[in-house]
Design a binder for this molecule. Structure first.
Ligand SMILES: C[S@@+](CC[C@H](N)C(=O)[O-])C[C@H]1O[C@@H](n2cnc3c(N)ncnc32)[C@H](O)[C@@H]1O
Length: 312
């Protein structure tokens, strides 16, 4: 039954975060990563704050790529259970880097010593985020979950608390548009519209930005005096990536089902549960035959403070 189908993943599940790591890794903009590395070059130590860190995907990806031997990271997330899984996640994802040794609170990669601590809290409101002194603030795949006023509040607090010592912000994999399926079908547009309406639905903390997050973060950053460098970082999921494709279809199915059910009995939607069931069945069959691919547009952002010297 579509309406009661259990999703294989929800977007903040540990297994999903592990699964998406490889797609994120391939998609990140090399040009912006070069700017980040340039900012770090020559520093004996590096203090990094990771917003919405989840199980540590940013840590395991970025720390070995930053040219600093002594790194101290603070990972903040409101989900303490995910933070508890950072060592397991680093072990699982760091296996691509044969020299990575993982212990709770510590990674060692070649000559690099990377220490990390965790904060369970909301990074928009938690005072510890703004009391710290950071050389770099990072966030991967976070801002589509937040409403615009929360993001504006983060920038306002960061600008006020960090002042002239404000570090640059490196925010990757910010959603920039909806999923584009290949081959296309005429029902993609209503499905996409309902999927986005679900992301943007009113929730306890407000309406999440969803696919508008990349542009909204850039706009807000500029308003608070940051210089915005943006590069595209799309996911390009090919037919061989059946697990990712099925997971994305699960997300779409659950979100659109909820929206269609909410509108049931009204004349507002020209797209019903039967049309969704046909669309899902056709898309899943395409995945199983190796015929579907999917592009999800994202942007990476490198935001440097235009209002004072960069923190050194
Ligand atoms: C899609 S996950 C990405 C996790 C991780 N950055 C990664 O790349 O795997 C988004 C994470 O942001 C966290 N998050 C969202 N809003 C937050 C907030 N205001 N404060 C703290 N964590 C937040 C969620 O709990 C979730 O773990």
């Amino acid at each position: 039954m579509l309406a009661t189908a259990t999703p294989a993943f929800v977007p903040t599940d540990y297994e999903w975060l592990r699964l998406r790591f490889e797609a994120d890794r391939r998609s990140r903009s090399d040009a912006l990563l070069s700017r980040v590395r340039e900012h770090c070059t020559g520093r004996p130590t590096l203090r990094v704050l990771d917003l919405g860190a989840g199980a540590g995907a940013n840590l395991v990806y970025l720390a070995p790529r930053l040219p600093v031997d002594e790194q101290d990271w603070v990972l903040v997330d409101r989900d303490g259970a995910l933070l508890d899984r950072v060592p397991a996640c680093c072990r699982a994802l760091g296996s691509a880097s044969p020299s990575m040794e993982v212990e709770p609170g510590r990674l060692r990669v070649g000559g690099q010593r990377v220490r990390y601590q965790t904060i369970v809290g909301d990074f928009v409101t938690d005072a510890r985020v703004y009391e710290g002194r950071w050389d770099l603030v990072v966030a991967n795949a976070v801002f589509d979950l937040l409403p615009e006023p929360a993001i504006a509040r983060f920038f306002e607090r960061a600008r006020w608390a960090f002042g002239d010592g404000c570090p640059p912000l490196y925010f990757t994999l910010n959603l920039d548009a909806g999923p584009a399926f290949h081959p296309e079908s005429p029902e993609d547009e209503p499905v996409r519209a309902l999927f986005h309406a679900h992301m943007r639905r009113p929730q306890a903390l407000g309406r999440a930005l969803g696919p508008e997050s990349a542009r909204a973060v850039a706009r807000i950053a500029e308003r608070f005096g940051f210089i915005v460098h943006a590069e595209q970082s799309p996911w390009q999921l090919g037919p061989s990536e059946a697990r990712m494709l099925h997971a994305k279809l699960d997300f779409v199915e659950n979100a659109v089902t909820e929206m269609v059910n909410a509108e049931r009995g009204t004349a507002r939607l020209g797209f019903g549960i039967d049309a969704l069931a046909r669309w899902m069945a056709a898309r899943r069959a395409q995945v199983d035959r190796g015929e579907l691919s999917l592009t999800v547009a994202h942007r990476d952002l490198w935001l440097t403070p235009g209002f004072g010297a960069l923190a050194r």
